[in-house]
Structures are given as structure tokens and as C-alpha cells.
Design a protein around this ligand. Structure first.
Ligand code: HEM
Length: 133
């Protein structure tokens, strides 16, 4: 049964599932392995997963547990072309629509799409105005 509500436990499940799949993906895994290693149980991943739980809690539940700026780390990952973002969104779509009801999955996906668009805009921009809100 898909989740009909979103809170910390559901978000933790989704984020963990998403990055397990990302780490097996030929296009995406090199960026993550370079930044965080290849072991989801490793220290850097532990920190990243926790940041992402908090990030999605802010995005989906409105809890102000994330107060960072999601864009800056992406400026230093190497060339993130359109195909990289397309694959990220494709895998994210697969995971949220598998785990949540359609209405909730749409909300997750819409937010991810907007962020992906904004990141690509920032990456193509010479000035480094990366405000996201
Ligand atoms: C091209 C696709 C993407 C790649 C390869 C990618 C990769 C990464 C990596 C490697 C990090 C960790 C950087 C570090 O800590 O050194 C990171 C952080 C993060 N990513 Fe992405 N990402 C992508 C797209 C997205 C999208 C579309 C979103 C938003 C829905 C997102 C949200 C985040 C957030 C919130 C962080 C943590 C930022 C912080 O430290 O506060 N990423 N990403």
C-alpha cells in the first residue's frame, strides 16, 4: 500500500531508497561517489542523508529543520548536463510514485522539478546569484 501521509518516517524511507538506486546508476553514481563515497552507511552519506531528510521535511511538511541553501554544493560537482538532471528526475519520479499516493508523489515531483530547473539555470548563469526563495 502506498503511503497516504508524509512525515519523517516516510521521508526517510523515500530518501534512503532513492539514493540506493542513485548509487547503482551509471550516469549519477560517479558524482555521488566522488563527493560522498560508495557506502550509504559511511559517515559522509550519513550526514548527507540526514540533510536530505531535513530538506524534504521543509519542502513537504513545512518543518524548518533545514536552513541551508541546496544549490551551492552542485556548483562544484563537475559538469552537470541536462541528461544528468533528466536521469535524476526520472529516478526520483520512479521512487516517489512507487512509495506514495499519486497526489503526494505529484507534490514531491513538482518540487524536485522546480529545483532541478533552478539549479540548471544557476549553472548556466555567469553571475552567482543562487537565491532559491
Ligand atoms: C544532476 C543531478 C544532481 C546531482 C548529481 C546531485 C548531487 C549531489 C551531491 C553529490 C550532493 C552532496 C554534495 C556534498 O555534500 O559535497 C548534493 C547535495 C544536495 N542535493 Fe543534489 N544533486 C542533483 C540534483 C538535485 C536536485 C534536483 C535536488 C532538489 C530536489 C537536490 C538536492 C540536494 C540537496 C538539498 C543537497 C544538500 C545541500 C546542503 O548541503 O545543504 N539535488 N547533491
Amino acid at each position: 500500500m502506498p503511503y497516504e501521509t508524509v512525515d519523517r518516517a516516510e521521508i526517510e524511507h523515500m530518501v534512503h531508497e532513492f539514493y540506493s538506486i542513485v548509487l547503482k546508476d551509471d550516469i549519477l553514481s560517479p558524482f555521488f561517489i566522488k563527493a560522498l563515497g560508495d557506502d550509504l552507511k559511511g559517515g559522509k552519506w550519513h550526514e548527507h542523508l540526514n540533510t536530505l531528510y531535513n530538506f524534504w521535511m521543509l519542502m513537504m511538511v513545512g518543518k524548518r529543520v533545514y536552513n541551508g541553501d541546496p544549490f551551492p554544493p552542485h556548483a562544484f560537482l563537475g559538469p552537470l548536463g541536462p541528461e544528468t538532471f533528466e536521469r535524476w528526475l526520472e529516478l526520483f519520479h520512479e521512487v516517489v510514485f512507487r512509495l506514495f499516493t499519486e497526489e503526494i508523489a505529484q507534490r514531491f515531483y513538482k518540487k524536485a522539478e522546480i529545483l532541478a530547473e533552478q539549479f540548471q539555470y544557476n549553472l548556466s548563469d555567469d553571475d552567482d546569484d543562487d537565491d532559491w526563495d
